[in-house]
Design a protein around this ligand. Structure first.
Ligand SMILES: Cc1ncc(COP(=O)(O)O)c(C=O)c1O
Length: 452
């Protein structure tokens, strides 16, 4: 049979791959132009939360489009943006009172870095500019966000263009950098932040940025309880802003509205979120403390930054409709409940010789694949085990989000399973069944079982 190719003018992300044409979506399903049904088991790239094709969102979209679809943030404010900001402040951790709207995650990350910097200058601390982040992290693909991201594979090509910024070890319990174990450690990975601040010089450090639960680069790394509380203390001690990147975790994904809510930690800035509009429109935001807003207002008077589509009224109305839908259907609690069920079922897959670790929080789960469970030896990256598994489940009508490089930036294979919150137990069983079959098939076909 001739291999399928895409014959059009799109500059595809992977020109060697065939992309089926998605025609429509409904609930947890996507249907392609040949009528094939896919379970959206990762909500794309951890985006779709309330499911596809929700009528209420369509109505809000049309309603706002009928009024006004675009205004520029330097000229107008709109009811839609005002209402969305109010809603977000009401559901956010204590003290986050101002909302800066954006249309991409990388854009939001870079905005946070610049806002932190301008805040430091405007309050009279101009020597503070460095942002410390962590290895095995992802904060976006634009050059500034990539500088903070700790993923060698994504950085390698662009290294000469990437500014050097300090990184510390991640909270990666399965592969603890300090040789410790959950429950027995002294949160050495959090203490690293203090060391890094002292090495760099506290007078030079503006902020620390981290994902509360690491997503794309390692597959749902959940820190130990106490980790973020300790990070908060260290930031306070050295007058460093704490920025949490909740691009993947925000708006219910982990079973709380924000992942930091699990630890009652109030950051100075919070970047949110693919789930803000659940895939219905590109809108993100940066939530900040009033003192940051006030300092900039009383300092320069203007935040020297801006993007054309920020504060977009059409996107704002859509995001508000998504938040209202989440609240009306109690979907954050559903994410917690279904997430617990998903994790329990996925844990069973640890019986496969190549499944080293299953972890997660809410409907945000990760499976890590290893060549040897005893030693946690990784597969040769050339084998692309995560891609093989991703492709096999896709053939069987399941979409998951594969990734590599978690172990050391180059080695390591994982997948993320993060379905829409409206998923049922039966549908979760189906996801696990397809994963179970596919992992067994790939293990056998590629001879991946080192113990055999
Ligand atoms: C934690 C995190 N931050 C930032 C980004 C970048 O977002 P975007 O792809 O919208 O630029 C991502 C994307 O996956 C992410 O997971």
């Amino acid at each position: 049979m001739a291999e399928k190719v895409n014959k059009d003018h799109i500059f595809y992300r992977n020109p060697t791959k065939y992309y089926p044409t998605a025609e429509r979506g409904e609930g947890i399903y996507i249907y392609d132009s040949e009528g094939k049904q896919y379970i959206d088991g990762s909500g794309g790239a951890v985006v779709v939360s309330i499911g596809h094709g929700v009528e209420e969102v369509k109505k809000a979209m049309l309603g706002q489009a009928g009024k006004i679809a675009f205004t520029h943030g330097s000229q107008f404010t709109t009811e839609a943006a005002i209402d969305l900001a109010e809603k977000l402040v009401n559901i956010s951790p204590e003290g986050l009172d101002r909302v800066y709207f954006l249309s991409g995650g990388s854009e939001a990350v870079e905005t946070a870095v610049k806002m932190a910097r301008q805040y430091q200058v405007d309050r009279g601390a101009p020597s503070k500019y460095k942002v410390i982040s962590r290895w095995t992290s992802y904060h976006g693909n634009t050059l500034g966000a990539l500088a903070l991201s700790g993923h060698t594979g994504r950085r390698k090509y662009y290294q000469p263009l990437i500014q050097h910024t300090p990184h510390i070890a991640p909270a990666y319990c399965y592969r603890c950098s300090f040789g410790s174990e959950p429950g027995k450690c002294n949160l050495e990975c959090a203490e690293e932040l203090e060391k890094a601040i002292l090495y760099e010089g506290p007078e030079s450090v503006s902020a620390f940025m981290a994902e509360p639960v690491v997503g794309a680069t390692a597959g749902a790394l959940v820190p130990q309880d106490g980790y973020f509380q300790r990070i908060r203390e260290i930031c306070d001690k050295y007058d460093v802003l704490l920025i949490v990147d909740e691009v993947m975790t925000g708006i219910g994904r982990t079973g709380k509205i924000f992942a930091v809510d699990h630890w009652n930690v109030a950051p100075d800035m919070l970047i949110c979120a693919k789930g803000l509009a659940g895939g219905y429109t590109p809108i993100y935001c940066l939530l900040t403390k009033e003192k940051i807003y006030r300092t900039i207002k009383e300092g320069n008077g203007t935040f020297v930054h801006g993007h054309t589509y920020s504060q977009n009224p059409l996107s704002s109305a859509i995001a508000l409709a998504v938040l209202v839908y989440i609240e009306k259907h109690d979907l954050v609690n559903r994410s917690a409940k279904m997430g617990a069920y998903l994790l329990e079922k996925l844990k069973v897959l640890e019986r496969h010789p190549i499944v080293g670790n299953v972890r997660g929080l809410g409907l945000f789960a990760g499976l890590e694949f290893v060549r040897n469970k005893e030693t946690k030896e990784t597969f040769d990256p050339k084998l692309k085990v995560n891609v093989l598994i991703g492709n096999r489940v896709f053939e069987k009508g399941l979409i998951i989000y594969p990734g590599g490089g978690g172990a050391d930036g180059v080695h390591g294979d994982h997948i993320l399973v993060a379905p829409p919150f409206v998923i049922t137990e039966e549908q979760i069983d189906q996801i696990v069944k397809i994963l179970d079959e596919s992992i067994a098939e790939i293990t056998e076909e590629k001879g991946l079982d080192a113990s055999g």
